[in-house]
Design a protein around this ligand. Structure first.
Ligand SMILES: [Cu+2]
Length: 64
């Protein structure tokens, strides 16, 4: 399943890496494409939307 989130406070590539790591911590098989310029995060994962959202929020970011 592909999830798409907007993360407005993803400002740079370090943020993108932090978000990617937070998601792969809950699903090591997830494919994460986080783009700081568009604030979009696309995630191909078997984890639920709620789990992925919680992981991103837990890393200190806002999901809108
Ligand atoms: Cu950053």
């Amino acid at each position: 399943m592909t999830l798409q989130f907007t993360v407005p406070d993803m400002a740079c590539s370090a943020c993108a890496t932090t978000i990617t790591n937070a998601v792969t911590a809950i699903d090591p098989a997830a494919k994460v494409a986080a783009d700081p310029s568009t604030k979009q995060v696309n995630i191909d994962t078997q984890a639920s939307e709620a789990e992925v959202k919680a992981a991103i929020v837990g890393a200190g970011y806002t999901v809108s």
